[in-house]
Design a protein around this ligand. Structure first.
Ligand SMILES: Cc1cc2nc3c(=O)[nH]c(=O)nc-3n(C[C@H](O)[C@H](O)[C@H](O)COP(=O)(O)OP(=O)(O)OC[C@H]3O[C@@H](n4cnc5c(N)ncnc54)[C@H](O)[C@@H]3O)c2cc1C
Length: 398
């Protein structure tokens, strides 16, 4: 059989898993190439701690190149600018890389333009990537010199609500350590219709439990919130309420990356790729997608738009499903499907020294099993999981 060229774009939860799984399934009988704009795998969940100096870059990232080299997976470090779906080419500034099968795992474009004043170079901080978290670390040091009220939240259209919850609780934990709770009242602002909605329509007793946590910790909240503008000294909501803030961290809406948006017919209006339940493109059968790059419709109707969080575990499941189906396209066999809604929901939400273990048999829709276990063990579980994840991935196990 002629060698097939399989190109994976992205090297994080979805891309790294997809590339290693393809190698596992196909060995060296075909050419696997990974293209990504960085050679680092960053464990993004740890960015909730980064601004407080609890983690550094080397603690939470590793170089993927030796792992690929050991497996004879080609690695090209370059930003993809667009795709040519007819000629089957991936374009970077310097090259056009041909493919027979393509797996797109490029994560989100963080859309700061959706709200005036939003974003690191304007009036709010972010922890969506390492460079944002680095800026936020510096801002946190300045804040400690001159404390005041704080607003943390998730803007209209956001999906990554868990990160906002974890950040506000970790922030409160740090304020307590610095004896600054009195000077720094906290407000959580969210597009969610109620606390504990998480973009997945709610989860068991999460609403009641979150409200209790917020009350206990003295954190105010605004749900169904549309942010009109983020100003240097506060957040203005639609409806006119103004929340003073000296330190604002808002998770924005995510879109698909520009390279998808620059390619006619690849993504939808938001730049996400519509696939079947085997993560294959609906029009181009040789194109697959996994992770945040995949379109997942909202979980329910909400007054203010809320996206569905495509977290690490489902991103890896999507990538493994796509890799399996690419291998079937090449070698034959039975295709797999795994609808996003049916992927298990596993999440550990950290609050600094406590947390919540969230476990469900389905991401979306009605569940037979759903557990929320609050307590200090959730914090320790998160630390253990971080170590386990980085150890296994650093050694090429997915
Ligand atoms: C602060 C924060 C906390 C989080 N906490 C958790 C958590 O506790 N648990 C959990 O499960 N999930 C968590 N998530 C979500 C998790 O990070 C995502 O689910 C995961 O990163 C998605 O993986 P991905 O591979 O789809 O995208 P990404 O991780 O965003 O990776 C995208 C890849 O594509 C590459 N890329 C992007 N554009 C280009 C381009 N133009 N050319 C070439 N390469 C490109 C990038 O370099 C990267 O390798 C959190 C997210 C955030 C922001």
């Amino acid at each position: 059989m002629a060698r097939k060229r399989i190109v994976v774009v992205g090297t994080s939860f979805a891309g790294y898993t997809g590339a290693l799984e393809l190698h596992e399934l196909l060995g060296s009988a075909h050419d696997i190439t990974v293209i990504a704009n960085t050679h680092d795998f960053v464990f993004i969940p740890s960015l909730i701690w980064y601004p407080f100096g609890i983690r550094d870059r080397e603690d939470i990232s590793f170089d993927v190149r030796p792992i690929y080299a050991e497996r004879e997976i080609n690695f090209i470090e370059a930003a993809v600018t667009h795709f040519d779906l007819e000629q089957r080419l991936v374009h970077t500034a310097d090259a056009a890389i041909p493919y027979d099968y393509l797996l797109i795992a490029t994560g989100p474009k963080v859309d700061f333009d959706s709200v005036p004043g939003l974003g690191p170079h304007k009036n709010s901080h972010s922890i969506c990537n390492l460079s944002h978290a680095e800026d936020t670390r510096q801002a946190w040091q300045r804040f400690l010199e001159n404390p005041g009220p704080i607003v943390v939240g998730a803007a209209q259209g956001a999906a990554c609500f868990g990160a906002a919850y974890e950040f506000i609780f970790n922030l409160r934990y740090q304020l307590k350590r610095h004896h600054l709770l009195e000077q720094a009242p906290l407000t959580y602002v969210t597009a969610e219709p109620f606390l504990g909605h998480f973009g997945i329509g709610g989860f068991g007793s999460a609403k009641k439990m979150s409200e209790k946590f917020f009350d206990m910790e003295g954190i105010e909240w605004r749900t169904d919130a549309m942010i009109k503008e983020v100003l240097p000294d506060g957040v203005l909501l639609e409806g006119g309420e103004y929340l003073p803030s000296k330190f604002t961290m808002i998770i924005p809406r995510f879109l698909g990356i520009d390279a998808i948006r620059n390619t006619p017919g690849l993504g939808n209006a938001n730049g996400f790729i519509e696939t079947d339940d085997g993560y294959r493109h609906k029009v181009y059968p040789e194109v697959y997608a996994a992770g945040v790059a995949v379109h997942v419709p909202p979980a329910d109707d909400t007054k203010v738009p809320c996206g569905v969080p495509k977290t690490g575990y489902p991103s890896e499941v999507m990538a493994k499903t796509a890799a399996h189906n690419i291998a079937v396209d090449i070698n034959g066999g039975e295709r797999k499907t795994m609808p996003f809604s049916l992927i298990h929901a596993y999440c550990i939400m950290d609050t600094g020294n406590m947390g919540m273990l969230i476990l469900g048999d389905h991401m979306l829709g009605s569940r037979h099993l759903e557990f929320i276990i609050p307590g200090p063990q959730a914090h320790w579980a998160k630390l253990a999981f971080e170590k386990y994840f980085l150890f296994t991935r650093r050694h090429g196990h997915v």
